[in-house]
Design a protein around this ligand. Structure first.
Ligand SMILES: Cc1cc2nc3c(=O)[nH]c(=O)nc-3n(C[C@H](O)[C@H](O)[C@H](O)COP(=O)(O)O)c2cc1C
Length: 249
């Protein structure tokens, strides 16, 4: 009989060593992949954001190079409370939204927010504002394009939400997106009056310039759109900023 202990591959200690070793190797692979892929992911997210901004501005061309197209868009930071540009803004600073003003259901917002200006020979042609708020099931994130009169809507495009396909996602349809163009955010005052109605807008009827089409079977998502658009164009959102354009126009 040999003194040598026989190697028992099924022993408990051996199983544990293999299991722990395998877990370690796997976690190193996963962590490394996450670190290596992070810049790629950030670049893709940025390209996606730029594509949506170009899309809401009507500048997205099939097969177009996003970097080249986006070069015509100027990014500026707006201090919402004053409605003025602030270049060295603290982008982490937030402010609580009082309940009675929280039409978007978001509780707090950044003090300073980036907006995107489509310019042509130094003249602003469109102001693109990030907007978001609660729908029925989810927070809906999008961009609102406004004409330089600070009142006329050029586009509204949501790029992320979790509303029900076929019901609450009707704002993604080409036909719904087309009918928002030309609508007016404000009436005589500084409070936005634009809203999603129930049913389809009868063009030419009283106040129709302030109405978006309703979405059949999805009134609650529609109410969410009304709330978020009114919040972000209201006095606690981009209201003061848009007022500067209205007064200048
Ligand atoms: C499974 C399920 C999913 C629904 N998803 C949505 C939705 O995403 N958005 C929405 O507004 N309503 C949704 N609804 C319908 C709402 O409960 C509600 O009935 C509807 O918003 C009322 O709109 P109407 O007055 O146009 O019918 C859903 C209902 C069910 C049963």
């Amino acid at each position: 009989m040999s003194d040598k202990k026989e190697f028992d591959r099924d022993s408990i200690s051996n199983t544990l060593i293999i299991a722990i070793g395998l877990s370690l190797v796997c976690s190193i692979i996963v962590s490394s992949a996450a670190i290596v892929l992070k810049p790629v992911q950030a670049k893709n997210e940025e390209a996606f954001r730029q594509r949506i901004i170009l899309d809401v501005a009507g500048l997205m061309e099939p097969g177009g190079d996003i970097d080249t197209l986006f070069a015509s868009i100027e990014t500026r930071t707006v201090e919402l409370a004053s409605g003025t540009y602030k270049d060295d803004a603290d982008m982490e600073a937030t402010v609580a939204i009082p309940d009675q003003l929280d039409l978007a259901g978001i509780s707090q917002r950044a003090e300073n927010v980036d907006v995107y200006l489509v310019t042509n020979n130094g003249r602003v042609e469109q102001i693109i504002l990030p907007v978001y708020g609660k729908g029925l099931w989810s927070t809906m994130l999008g961009y609102l394009a406004v004409a330089p009169d600070g009142n006329t809507i050029k586009g509204l495009r949501f790029y992320a939400h979790g509303e029900t396909p076929g019901l609450g996602d009707q704002m993604d349809k080409e036909s719904w997106r087309a009918q928002v163009a030309g609508k007016k955010i404000y009436g005589d005052g500084d409070e936005p009056v634009i809203r999603v109605i129930k049913g389809l807008v009868q063009e030419g009827s009283a106040g129709s310039e302030h109405m978006f089409d309703g979405m059949a079977g999805a009134t609650l998502t529609g109410n969410g759109i009304t709330g978020l658009v009114q919040y972000w164009t209201g006095p606690h959102g981009f209201g003061p900023y848009l007022k500067n354009f209205r007064e200048a126009g």
